[in-house]
Ligand binder design. Structure first.
Ligand SMILES: [Zn+2]
Length: 369
């Protein structure tokens, strides 16, 4: 059986925040971080709630890579406040934390109905506003706890590009390349289907049309809005299709060398496209054709796509080799087999079109150094 699941109501455009005034709720619990408080973004959310007479409690304790401790604290407060609405405002971390808070609070409360969940992303990258995934870090045992459950998917996503306007260029670049990686890996996944491919291919087009514009001029609101849409579409795709080994390797580089997620994906993506091209070259040719690159043969299409990704990286100051990241060569080489084993055990590897061996990954990593 082939399935596609899309539950989230997506509201976008200049007046998208007005949806907050149309909800049949009485008490909101806003999950966010201190940056959102200091930039006044939390006040914008509050003003909509004030207008419709909805009470609120602001939980602004979410840190990058949210901890289990924060999530437990948030879940307790959520239950104490008897909230029937959760609003997640921020980048990937506040949205992930809010998903886990809602999940644990629901497990703890026997009688209370599940609060309505609204996600408002302030970066164009994770697609977390429409996915069933959340990652929480157990800081005491230093392990990441991935949660994946349909109950984690937000009910409503508000895509208001004004929240992304102040994102600095280097973050716009890395998060935007993460969107491209989601889209390309979703399109070539073993679990791709007609619906995921539709969202993924269009997301690729959005990134190629708008990412460089948003990077060069953060005030280009047409570009900002379309990157938010592209990010959300890529999220819809990979939530159903899974991803591939660009993500698996990025997870391991993040865990061992603390390379930021989007940056790791940007550097690795062209290398993984080359690696996979023997198996799914025709899919890369289709992507190249979609964005108007020379692609009269499979080989030409793959080469064009790799060249276009590399050029996009170079234009935005992102290196094309792992060796250009802040990693010691000796430490990297000493960890090649560990990374390869992590990759084989990573959940994203199941989606990769080519089944890699440990030796294949080691070779890929050497070539990408
Ligand atoms: Zn990603």
């Amino acid at each position: 059986m082939t399935q596609f699941y899309g539950k989230t109501k997506i509201c976008y455009g200049d007046d998208a925040m007005d949806v907050l005034e149309q909800l049949a709720v009485t008490q909101a619990f806003i999950v966010t971080d201190q940056v959102m408080v200091s930039t006044g973004f939390v006040d914008r959310v509050k003003s909509h709630l004030d207008r419709s007479g909805v009470g609120y409690h602001v939980f602004a304790d979410v840190e990058p890579d949210p901890s289990l401790e924060t999530v437990v604290k948030g879940a307790r407060l959520l239950l104490q406040n008897k909230s029937d609405l959760i609003i997640a405002l921020g980048g990937g971390s506040p949205i992930d934390a809010a998903k886990a808070i809602a999940y644990f609070a629901d497990k703890a409360a026997e009688d209370a109905g599940k609060p309505l969940f609204v996600a408002i992303p302030t970066t164009s990258g994770t697609g977390s506003e429409v996915t069933d995934i959340s990652v929480v870090t157990d800081k005491i045992n230093e392990v990441k706890i991935p949660l994946s459950d349909e109950a984690l998917i937000p009910d409503i996503a508000i895509l208001d590009a004004r929240f992304t306007r102040t994102v600095p260029p280097h973050v716009t670049a890395a998060t935007g390349m993460d969107v491209l990686t989601h889209a390309i890996e979703a399109y070539t996944s073993r679990q791709a289907n007609a619906f995921t491919s539709n969202y993924a291919l269009n997301a690729v087009q959005y990134v190629f049309d708008y990412l460089l514009r948003a990077y060069r001029n953060g005030d280009d609101m047409e570009a900002r809005e379309n990157m938010l849409l592209g990010s959300c579409m890529a999220g819809m795709a990979f939530n159903n299709s899974g991803l591939g080994i660009t993500h698996s390797i990025a997870h391991s580089l993040g865990g061992i060398f603390h390379v930021p997620h989007g940056l790791a994906n940007s550097v690795l993506l062209p290398h993984v496209v080359r690696f996979n091209s023997f198996d799914v070259g025709i899919r890369y040719q289709e992507i190249a054709q979609k964005i108007g690159l020379p692609a009269s043969t499979v080989e030409e299409g793959t080469a064009s796509l790799v060249k276009a990704i590399r050029e996009m990286n170079e234009t935005m100051g992102i290196p094309n080799r792992i060796g250009s990241l802040k990693i010691e060569e000796s430490a990297f080489m000493a960890n090649l087999n560990t990374i390869a084993r992590n990759v084989l055990g990573d959940i994203c590897t199941a989606g990769n079109p080519r089944r890699p061996s440990e030796g294949d990954i080691v070779e890929l990593l050497r070539q990408a150094w």
